[in-house]
Ligand binder design. Structure first.
Ligand code: KIV
Length: 307
């Protein structure tokens, strides 16, 4: 049920600023505020839904944007409640969830399934659905149709697609259909074979042209992946839209990491740009081994676990 009405501006939020609040009664029974704020300062409210305007304002105010990938409900809820601004349901799920060696095999149905469960879990963060390989490359019409499915069927707020100047007709058509589009340039994993592997991209002129082209086409933001920090800095300064970096240095407007990498869930090769903020894989393995040995020895279940 949606209930919209204006409410008085609270004391904490400067009453001199004109603000309009829309109250939405969520099915979950918690009240959540969608703020349409005409003017606000740094220190963006935690219970404010993140929109394209929020992100534009964050760039203007020099407030860093935080983003992570998520693919399921418990982690999406954890990230959302922790205050992440943006959650990307990345086609990286083809590697970190499905165990593939690339993202090329991921289908629209798989992306919609994961995007739907992530969207359901989030109250504040912007949820972005990643358009998989061949869901937007074949024609502009298919691109718009598939982008729309992320909003209509999976509850996403926006979509992401890979490519620069070559996909600008897709970006323009999707954006003019009312669907926010995030672009993704530099190391674009769907072009792994064309790039000859997952390689850092260093052609500054091409990267700058791609960045300006996607902005011109109507992208609200652009992911910069696997490019030298100096080029990412120059692009970030040249654009009005926020840049979100992954392996692109500290000067981007925001940072994104794949959750399995930064939480230490999967073992194996970890790229140089990843920092591990937790070691969940080690913890899980420890727990699993203890369970096995306790079942084998008869220590589990104890009397406290029995009826
Ligand atoms: O699919 C993905 O997770 C991504 C991020 C690495 C930006 O595209």
């Amino acid at each position: 049920m949606d209930l919209s009405k204006s409410i008085p501006i609270s004391k904490e939020l400067n009453p001199n600023k004109r603000m309009h609040w829309t109250l939405i009664l969520r099915a979950s029974d918690t009240w959540c505020y969608t703020a349409k704020i005409n003017h606000f300062k740094k220190g963006h409210a935690m219970n404010t839904n993140v929109t394209t305007s929020t992100l534009a304002k964050m760039k203007k105010d020099n407030v860093k944007i935080t983003a992570m990938t998520a693919y399921d409900s418990p982690f999406a809820k954890m990230f959302d409640e922790s205050g992440i601004d943006m959650i990307l349901v990345g086609d990286s799920l083809g590697m970190v969830i499905q165990g593939g060696s690339s993202t090329l095999h991921v289908t629209m149905d798989e992306m919609l399934y994961h995007t739907k469960i992530v969207s359901r879990a989030c109250k504040r963060a912007m949820v972005i659905g990643d358009m998989p390989f061949l869901s937007y490359q074949v024609s502009v019409e298919e691109a718009v149709k598939n982008a729309g499915r992320f909003l209509k069927e999976a509850g996403a707020t926006a979509v992401k697609l890979e490519g620069g100047a070559s996909v600008c007709d897709r970006i323009k058509a999707i954006a003019t259909s009312g669907i926010p589009v995030q672009a993704h340039i530099g190391l674009t994993p769907q072009s792994v074979h064309q790039m000859g592997g997952f390689k850092v991209q260093r052609d500054e002129e091409r990267l700058m042209n791609d960045a300006k082209a996607v902005q011109e086409a109507g992208a609200f933001s652009v992911v910069l992946e696997g490019i030298p920090s100096s080029i990412a800095k120059a692009i970030t300064q040249a654009l009005i839209i926020p840049t979100i970096g992954i392996g692109a240095g500290v000067d981007c407007d925001g940072q994104i990491l794949v959750m399995h990498d930064m939480l230490g869930i999967n073992s194996g090769h970890i790229p140089k740009f990843v920092k591990k903020y937790a070691h969940l894989g080690d913890e899980a393995r420890k727990g699993i081994k203890t369970f096995i040995s306790e079942v084998q020895s008869g220590a589990f279940p104890g009397s406290e676990h029995c009826y």
